[in-house]
Write a protein that binds this ligand. Structure first.
Ligand SMILES: [Zn+2]
Length: 387
């Protein structure tokens, strides 16, 4: 009887949550506003005819200034290699939000999402609405209206990017089902594999390393069939778990080094995989593509997420977290728009007007701190305080 009551209670709770999530999406003013198509204008001289657009989100990749200040590491060699290939690296790149939940949809909708706080409640942790805005973002329909196909490379374990219903093609890793791979597919499952008998199948880390490597290989080998293509990949990388060493070999055995060293090793590995990928894309293309390499926020080694509330995050912690990496390959002069300060909401506000005549103007660069457990409880941060 008690079991039945407990199960019944849980089923009702889950049902109610699903119902609330659907109602939040259906009644969202922000979602309705963002569903209005962006107009493409006439541009008298098209810089490049329908270039392929690669958007590669590198989760938690911090910019060079942060890597230098916090880890004493230089990323100069990597950035110089990108510049030599024709990439523009702005003087300063920042995310507008501290949480992935808001940052990736703000990129793909080129919009601030502060309005969500009023719609779902400041203390809510229900991510259905931002997840919906990520999947049903504004970039995809805009480019589809220009004749583009959409190829999606899902992340391994971030729910909002494990599938996209609008993709004509969705990349799948080779190897099919395995219990280890299934256990790697969410944070909860990874905890189960660490702390329960399920751990007997062994560490899930090698499958996570394999997933990242296969995604890079899939991007390298992607055959667009000559159609203008929008490619969006969300790599939870160099974000932890730290599954690679600096030579990009999957790690085996326990972690002995400090977290910042493990993060840095994973950044080194990311750099090698990125250079190999963009080199291949640029060599292969019969016309130059647009390539956006974008960290969704900086690192979190100073522990901003442990602050009692967002208003108590220190300027040093906020500086680290907003300090995202960004590098942009923008043929036919587009790089000139990306030399100074760039925040994530403005990335597509710069690209879409330049290449497609989109009716968009840049937003002011504003920063909003929030914590993982209450992503909508946003506190505006003055960029001047972070210098
Ligand atoms: Zn993230």
């Amino acid at each position: 009887m008690v079991s039945l009551l407990l199960i019944g209670y849980s089923v009702i709770r889950i049902g109610l949550n699903e119902f609330r999530a659907h109602r939040a999406i259906a009644t969202s003013v922000l979602a309705a506003e963002l569903a209005v198509p962006v107009k493409a204008g006439q541009i008298t001289s098209t810089p490049v005819q329908k270039p392929d657009v690669y958007l590669i989100v590198l989760d938690e990749y911090a910019n060079a200034a942060i890597l230098h200040e916090l880890f004493g590491a230089t990323n100069q060699e990597f950035e110089d290699s990108l510049r030599a290939l024709g990439f523009t690296i702005p003087r300063l790149v920042r995310s507008n939000y501290a949480q992935t939940t808001l940052s990736i949809p703000s990129l793909l909708n080129f919009a601030y999402l502060g309005g969500l706080a009023a719609e779902v409640g400041r203390q809510s942790n229900d991510r259905s609405l931002p997840d919906y805005l990520l999947e049903n973002n504004r970039v995809v329909p805009f480019l589809k209206a220009q004749g583009y196909q959409f190829v999606f490379f899902p992340s391994q374990w971030w729910r909002a990017t494990d599938h996209n219903r609008h993709a004509e093609r969705e990349f799948q890793v080779k190897g099919g089902y395995s219990l280890r791979r299934a256990l790697a597919a969410s944070e909860l499952q990874r905890l189960l594999s660490r702390f329960t008998l399920l751990g007997a199948v062994g560490s899930v880390h090698p499958t996570m390393a394999e997933y990242i490597k296969q995604t890079f290989e899939g991007l390298r080998r992607l055959d667009t069939g000559g159609k203008p293509t929008f490619v969006f990949a969300h790599l939870i990388f160099p974000h932890g778990p730290y599954v690679f060493n600096a030579r990009c070999e999957p790690k085996v055995g326990p972690h002995l080094s400090e977290p910042d060293q493990r993060y840095l090793d994973q950044v080194r590995c990311a750099n090698a995989l990125i250079l190999e990928l963009v080199g291949a894309l640029l060599r292969r293309a019969d016309k130059p593509p647009i390539i956006v390499l974008q960290g969704d926020h900086g690192s979190g080694m100073l522990g901003f997420n442990l602050a009692p509330k967002a208003a108590l995050v220190t300027p040093a912690q906020a500086r680290e977290r907003f300090g995202a990496f960004g590098a942009y390959y923008l043929p036919a002069g587009g790089g000139q728009l990306f030399t100074d300060t760039v925040t994530i909401v403005n990335v597509f506000r710069k690209i879409l007007p330049y290449y497609f005549g989109a009716d968009l103007i840049p937003e002011p660069d504003r920063l909003y701190m929030s914590l993982e457990d209450s992503p909508f409880d946003l506190v505006e941060v003055d960029p001047v305080s972070l210098r």
